[in-house]
Design a protein around this ligand. Structure first.
Ligand code: FES
Ligand code: FES
Length: 155
């Protein structure tokens, strides 16, 4: 076992982990943050997307120890004082959520984009979410939701 220290959704977290553990398993199994989903477990679907130092990563392929002494943000960290993040609001308003399985990863990928580029054009949005697959809505409404969040200043 080895220590892992992270700033997770703004809170300092320290735990002991098996060094071979992937970040998604630490988040879901050790810390019970099950908002981050596991689809393929092979880096193909983006359901497990979280931010490490602001960059979107597939947490199913990201060794947890690589997050040591870094900032990790998950979908759970977006809601503050019970208020939804603008991206969460616009996904609901625009109808960009159906089964919801892809939604946490999609929103985290979009957040990484808006943090870096608050006014992305459609191509930039499509590129940013291209690693995240949605089997339900198609992408038109998802892109519209990200645009609407950008319009609200939603990073
Ligand atoms: S579960 Fe990580 S990319 Fe599919
Ligand atoms: S809403 Fe079902 S996979 Fe995207």
């Amino acid at each position: 076992m080895q220590p892992l220290v992270m700033k997770l959704n703004g809170q300092d977290v320290t735990l002991q982990i098996d060094p071979s553990t992937m970040l998604v398993d630490v988040l879901r199994d050790e810390l019970h943050l099950t908002g981050t989903k596991v689809g393929c477990n092979e880096g193909e679907c983006g359901a497990c997307t979280v931010l490490v130092d602001g960059l979107a990563v597939d947490s199913c392929l990201f060794p947890a120890l690589k997050a040591d002494h870094r900032e990790v943000n998950t979908i759970e960290g977006l809601t503050s004082d019970d208020e939804l993040h603008p991206l969460q609001q616009t996904f609901i308003e625009v109808g960009a959520v159906q089964c919801g399985f892809c939604t946490p990863g999609m929103i985290m990928a979009a957040k990484a984009l808006l943090d870096e580029n608050p006014s992305p054009d459609e191509d930039e949005i499509k590129r940013a979410i291209s690693g995240t697959l949605c089997r339900c809505t198609g992408y038109t409404k998802i892109v519209a939701a990200v645009r609407a969040a950008a319009g609200k200043g939603g990073k």
